[in-house]
Design a protein around this ligand. Structure first.
Ligand code: PEP
Ligand code: MN
Length: 360
């Protein structure tokens, strides 16, 4: 897959976050129109609404279906907003494109299924609409290859206006978040596709209204290119995801309080600080290499005296004493454990090479 270029929407000023907002589900014409009006008044340019809803269990509200597309068309015609909806099957794609939907997104349950993403990619190509914008939510399980695989299936079908949405990952049990953010996964996606548009979905990560503001700020601080936020004219009455939807007015308030950081420029001061980091990293490498040299000496001693390489008592002492010192220095315990364990593993590996005569 080549470089995925950033998405450009003429209605959104460059450098400003792409904000997509609207209800979890289209429910009634009135609810769609009222919500859309409130959002348009708040300056939102892209309206979202689920027409077909993938629900965890049967028996819930599974989306209003085709009728809702007429309401989305009305939103587009009366407010000028672009319209976005979720597609999971070939039929959804055909109907959404026929209704003039501007942005399709692939939901988290669908992006986890290669058959379904391939079907969607093929359907878009068959409709002759490879120019359409498609956003791919992360799969519900924390598997970056599956996420990239879904993007690749679309790309290979000729659909190059692509972006990704980070909506968190499923876990077992009760947690602060509805879906754990596991930020290192979208960060890795950013490293693989530096210019691709990556949007954060604080509504589905948090699952609660009060988490939308802090998660949105965190996303901006981390350099996400936009937000997709669920908004409903009467959130408590929503037919799906009521606890995470906010009114257009609250959304407007949150967006106005967000600090938007500059992702592009590097100032002189930052360059100097980065040079310091480069020097410190070199020192770290030198210290690690000296430590490994001592470790190999210990390996030679153990070999001569027919001692075992791994001595658990010593290992526990090391961890315990270093964690105490690290704590006083304000270094996180989990982080320090990972580092100490990795250093110890590498020492053991090098000592075993010596004991087994693979290195002298
Ligand atoms: C949604 O956006 O309403 C939705 C169903 O999201 P997800 O696929 O992230 O669960
Ligand atoms: Mn939802």
């Amino acid at each position: 897959m080549d470089v995925i270029a950033p998405l450009k929407f003429p209605c959104i000023e460059s450098g400003q976050p792409i904000v997509i907002a609207g209800p979890c589900s289209a429910e009634t014409r009135q609810q769609v129109i009222d919500t859309a009006k409130g959002l348009a008044d708040s300056g939102i340019k892209i309206f979202r609404a689920g027409i077909w809803k993938p629900r965890t269990k049967p028996g819930g509200f599974e989306g209003i279906g085709t009728d809702g597309l007429e309401w989305l068309k009305e939103v587009k015609n009366t407010t000028g907003m672009l319209i976005a909806t979720e597609v999971a099957t070939r039929n959804h794609v055909e109907e959404a494109l026929a209704a003039g939907v501007d942005i399709l997104w692939i939901g988290a349950r669908t992006s986890a299924n290669p058959f379904a993403t391939q079907e969607i990619a093929d359907a878009i190509a068959r409709c002759g609409r490879t120019d359409v914008t498609v956003l791919v939510k992360n799969p519900i399980n924390p598997d970056i290859e599956l996420w990239v695989g879904a993007l690749e299936r679309l790309y290979n079908a000729g659909i190059h206006n692509l972006g990704a949405i980070h909506r968190g990952f499923s876990t077992y049990g009760k947690h602060l978040y509805r879906n754990m953010p596991q930020w290192r996964i979208p960060i890795e996606l950013r490293l693989r596709f530096p210019s691709m548009t990556i949007i954060c979905d604080p509504s589905h990560i948090g699952g609660k209204r009060e988490l939308i503001a802090p998660l949105s700020q965190q996303a901006m601080d981390m350099g996400f290119n936009g937000l997709i936020i669920e908004s409903h004219c009467s959130p408590d009455d929503a037919w799906s995801d009521a606890s995470q939807q906010i009114t257009p007015e609250i959304l407007n308030f949150i967006l106005n309080t967000l600090v938007i950081r500059d992702t592009s420029t590097t100032t002189e001061n930052l360059t100097l600080l980065r040079q310091q980091i480069d020097r410190i990293d070199n020192e770290l490498l030198e210290i690690l290499s000296r430590r490994m040299a001592v470790s190999r000496d210990i390996g030679r001693y153990k070999k001569e005296h027919r001692m075992t390489v791994v001595q658990p008592g010593r290992y526990n002492d090391i961890i315990h004493s270093r964690l105490e010192v690290a704590k006083k220095m304000g270094i996180g315990e989990d982080f320090m454990k990972v580092i100490l364990l990795a250093i110890h593993d590498e020492s053991v590996r090098q000592q075993i090479e010596i004991v087994q005569d693979r290195i002298k």
